[in-house]
Write a protein that binds this ligand. Structure first.
Ligand code: S3P
Length: 456
């Protein structure tokens, strides 16, 4: 098997910016875009998705669904975002694909689609690039097997490629996730839609709840215990199997994880003012905004409604965010903060290098299971730029503030590391060279052209 590689990915050099001004264009939320496509595939009829992020990950999900018999039409695109028209024969009309399903770099495609495939009585093989082949899958194999599907993977069922032989009569389960993971939760809920009985997923802290909101908006009753979306602590999600999804028009909000790069850029650059429009500020996704505010970032938030309007826990709250140059100070982040800001920890580490005092991050082990070992990548890269950063097991300590000095940085083909070090380049002296920076297009096509525009 030849793993798909990102060979030819271009490197980029970023030099210090004199100022940063303007309104970065953001991709549609990656998590919501994947889910919108998948839920459209489960519903019988035509769904419209407007403003989906056009990163490679979301394209991978579109490709997987097309291989299962869904018509996925790109109605309109501008290189950053795309409108999809999705016509599905309904979940029972999906068919066994002719070949391997290529999830490329996308853990979300692989894990969420497995939840769907678990209830379809045919065989699929899900594979992807070198990075994806190092991502853990035992966490989805265990619950989906206990529901009655057969799943197998390389290295004693731990690593992709993943084989799924679905079962048309799944059993509902009551499952407690071992690590906070919205992908695992969503895979189980998607399988639970087609299981006999009531499926419950319990998690120690609430992870992103887009699947639950989007199911509700398509007529599925998804209950949450405790019912309130504020406050931390354990939470349980429950749904009954057997209900049918209706097709829906979905508008995708701007991605808060992509916005986080500009929030940090604006806060740490000495002459910056950036405004981000209609960003998703769902309580389970806004941790980076709140953590940066705790660090002293000057972020002004203006609510601008919900998608769809008036919805109660079915839509996604939106806000315009303006960030200005800030004096940051170090803070402590615990494991619950890490779970809530799992995709933003790399860029928050960069913010910490510009904050006075110590930022202590505890329990960051899940970062090792992302597109790369992000603890190693961030520590090596920030050290190369002259930051004081120490790791002890899964804990990270960063002392600031330090003037960063441009250097050559390895990104391990990880989109979030590439964008983190590009933002570092905007404040570092000299030039920062980021290897294989083209991986940014996994979640944020046009990221580098936006960066050039804002500094002009
Ligand atoms: C995602 C969940 C998170 C996150 C990923 C997207 C999702 O992964 O890191 O980028 O859309 O459900 P885990 O579930 O592995 O934490």
């Amino acid at each position: 098997m030849t793993a798909l590689s990102l060979a030819g990915e271009p490197s980029r050099s970023v030099s210090r910016a004199v100022h940063l001004r303007g309104e970065p264009r953001l991709p549609g939320d990656k998590s919501i875009s994947h889910r919108a496509l998948i839920l459209a595939a489960l519903a019988d009829g035509e769904s419209l998705i407007s403003g989906a992020g056009d990163g490679r990950d979301v394209q991978a999900t579109a490709g997987v669904l097309a291989a299962l018999g869904v018509t996925v039409e790109r109605a309109r695109g501008d290189g950053l975002n795309v409108d999809y028209r999705v016509a599905s024969p309904g979940v029972d009309g999906l068919h066994e694909p002719d070949g391997v399903l290529d999830c490329r770099n996308s853990g979300t495609s692989l894990r969420l689609c497995s939840g769907v495939l678990a209830s379809l009585a045919f065989l699929t093989v899900l594979d992807g690039d070198v990075s994806l082949r190092s991502r853990p899958v035992a966490r989805i194999i265990e619950p989906l097997r206990s529901m009655g599907a057969a799943l197998y993977a390389r290295r004693s069922d731990t690593l992709p490629p993943l084989v799924v032989i679905g079962h048309h009569r799944l059993r509902a389960i009551d499952f407690t996730t071992r690590v906070p993971s919205a992908q695992v939760k969503s895979a189980i809920l998607l399988a639970g839609l087609r299981a006999e009985g009531r499926t419950t997923v319990r998690e120690a802290v609430a992870t992103r709840d887009h699947t639950e909101r989007m199911l509700r908006s398509r007529g599925i009753e998804v209950r949450r215990e405790p019912a309130t979306t504020s406050g931390g602590g354990p939470v349980a999600w429950t749904l009954d199997g057997g209900a049918r999804l209706r097709p829906l028009d979905q508008k995708v909000p701007a991605d808060p994880s992509a916005a986080a790069f500009w929030l940090v850029a604006g806060a740490i650059h000495p002459d910056a003012e950036l405004t981000l429009r209609a960003v998703g500020v769902n309580p389970t996704r806004r941790a980076a905004i709140d953590l940066l505010t705790r660090m002293g970032a000057r972020i002004e938030e203006t609510p601008v409604g919900e998608t769809p309007e008036d919805a109660d826990d079915t839509g996604e709250p939106l806000a315009d965010l303006t960030v200005r140059s800030s004096e940051l100070h170090g803070i402590d982040l615990g494991p619950d903060d890490v779970a809530a800001a799992i995709d933003e920890i790399p860029i928050l580490c960069l913010a910490a290098t510009q904050a006075s005092g110590k930022t202590a991050i505890r329990g960051a082990g899940e970062l090792r299971n992302k597109e790369s070992d992000r603890i190693t990548g961030i520590v090596n890269g920030l050290r190369a730029l002259g930051a004081r950063i120490a790791v002890n097991g899964d804990d990270i300590d960063i002392q600031g503030p330090d003037q960063l000095v441009g250097s050559s940085i390895q990104t391990f083909d990880d989109h979030r590391l590439a964008m983190t070090f590009a933002v570092a380049g905007l404040i570092a002296s000299g030039s920062t060279s980021i290897d294989r920076a083209g991986s940014a297009a996994v979640s944020y096509p046009c990221f580098f052209s936006e960066l050039e525009r804002l500094r002009a």
